[in-house]
Design a protein around this ligand. Sequence first.
Ligand SMILES: [Zn+2]
Length: 235
Amino acid sequence: MADIRIHVFHTGEVCVAPDLTFGGDNSNAIKASGVFGKKEDRFWLPVSAYLIEHPKGKFLVDTGWAREMSPNGEFDRKAQIRSLGTVMLYEVNQGRIGPGQCIDEQLLAMGIRDSDLDAVLLTHLDCDHANGLVQVKGAKKFLVAADEVKFAARLTNKVRYNKNWWNNIPLTAFEWNDTQGPVGRSYDLLGDCSIQLINIPGHADGLFAVRSGTQRAGLSCCSPTAVMPARAGSR
Ligand SMILES: [Zn+2]
């Protein structure tokens, strides 16, 4: 198979409580929200998105922040509350995205328009992954696990998810069609095992990591937080 290339983008930053990422089994939703925690304990993390350039098409993994989060490229409380939908969600995670950092802005700098994207793959529907959907609304397809759509629709997740982020986006919800990964649920995107969306539930029911590559070319993995070359020669 011809080359598969993976591009890594930092589409702004998100400020969260330590428990949200490192709480593990000893944490809970209240601690993870950081609402009652110390503001000075919070830290900024990069918000990532990935482009897989594959012989069969261009596939974007996640979308980062929308420009409306930082209209002038700076921290903007009012704009964030508007974009996130509630003060509560703003209290849980703040974001900022500098000039030129939105995913469409970075793709355009590479000569790629949203209409060139064969599919946008949403690892899950949290704000730092789905809030930027509007930036690439011209993509040909938008894929999310059916498990994640169900999870986001739960009453108890109303504060966490805001369907306005994907209200005008024709999401396609897929059922797992393969058995890769730790819980034996995955989605073989192209039917040739070259892009596998692997369910890693916990943080969200329908969360998936992406494995792209072939044995011959070496494997590359991109997860919601990292891209890891699996061995020398990976891209
Ligand atoms: Zn998340």
